[in-house]
Design a protein around this ligand. Structure first.
Ligand SMILES: NC(=O)c1ccc[n+]([C@@H]2O[C@H](COP(=O)([O-])OP(=O)(O)OC[C@H]3O[C@@H](n4cnc5c(N)ncnc54)[C@H](O)[C@@H]3O)[C@@H](O)[C@H]2O)c1
Length: 260
């Protein structure tokens, strides 16, 4: 018996990156998965590769009517929905002085408002199966601040707060709502210039793990939160960040990573 046998999940932004890592792990663990994304070719190719337990539909997470269509499609295809993973997200690096209000609006719309309208769309489906799981992708940048990321941090702190408040309201209705807080994970979003893995990892010496993370690291965390192993997790913020938010190193004192 695999951990997600019999479960059905809808994963947004599932065509690549962290979403792809979640989709792959969910399918490995026995779930049926609807991938949604705006990247049709990548999403369809992944669904084709993973076989009958997986399908794809185009959905922009800012489209409210599209949410209803996506849930109806998932339910029609696989018979029900047990889990929503609000993973789709965007980032923009900009010094605060240079940040355009329009960019901030867009980031809040895609990263935060989508989580609200997606959660609303999920509720009747999750209640229909007697309860379920919503997993919201926040970030290590939803726990502490970072330069050039004021808009992104605001959106991810928002996801964290939304998760806690939604967990309070929806827990008594049988629905668990939790957030994941990845550190730097090697994906097109975090490594847009495709720096080699060895060079990329050099930037991660301030992480206890001494490396960047992989989408599979987040897939494992999401599989846990989607499974019945996490039945007592409500409003949990699960850091999967290589230790980034555990603290900081005094580099000249004993116990710090060796300088290379
Ligand atoms: N990579 C990291 O280091 C990191 C760290 C912390 C949190 N995150 C979060 O993890 C999530 C996934 O990020 P990633 O690194 O895999 O990025 P990515 O760019 O590789 O993948 C994001 C996916 O979301 C999709 N997407 C973007 N806008 C969309 C929209 N409006 N509607 C539907 N789909 C949309 C993209 O097409 C893409 O397939 C994001 O929420 C991101 O903020 C990433």
């Amino acid at each position: 018996m695999r951990r997600l046998d019999g479960k059905v999940a809808l994963v947004t932004g599932g065509a690549r990156g962290i979403g792809e890592g979640i989709v792959r792990r969910f399918v490995e663990e026995g779930a049926h998965v609807l991938i949604t994304d705006i990247l049709d070719d990548e999403g369809q190719a992944l669904a084709d590769e993973l076989g009958a337990g997986c399908t794809f539909t185009h959905h922009d997470v800012t489209d409210e009517a599209g949410w209803k269509r996506a849930f109806a499609y998932c339910s029609k295809t696989f018979g029900k929905v047990d889990c929503l993973v609000n993973n789709a997200g965007i980032i923009k690096f900009a010094k605060l002085d240079d940040l355009a209000a329009e960019d901030m609006r867009k980031i809040i719309e895609v990263n935060l408002i989508s989580v609200m309208i997606g959660t609303q769309a999920a509720i009747p489906y999750l209640e229909a199966v007697g309860g379920g799981s919503i997993i919201n992708m926040s970030s290590a940048d939803g726990i502490s601040g970072a330069n050039s990321l004021t808009a992104y941090c605001a959106s991810k702190f928002g996801v964290r707060g939304f998760t806690k408040a939604a967990a309070m309201e929806l827990g008594p209705r049988g629905i668990r709502v939790n957030s994941i807080h990845p550190g730097g994970i090697v994906t097109p979003l975090a490594n847009p210039h495709n720096v080699s893995r060895a060079d990329y990892d050099k930037g991660f010496r301030i992480y206890p793990a001494q490396r960047a993370g992989d989408p599979s690291d987040i897939g494992a965390a999401a599989a846990y939160l989607a499974s019945d192993d996490a039945l007592y997790c409500h409003g949990t913020e699960l850091s999967v960040d290589g230790g980034l938010n555990a603290g900081h190193y005094y580099m000249t004192m004993p116990g710090a990573p060796e300088r290379t």
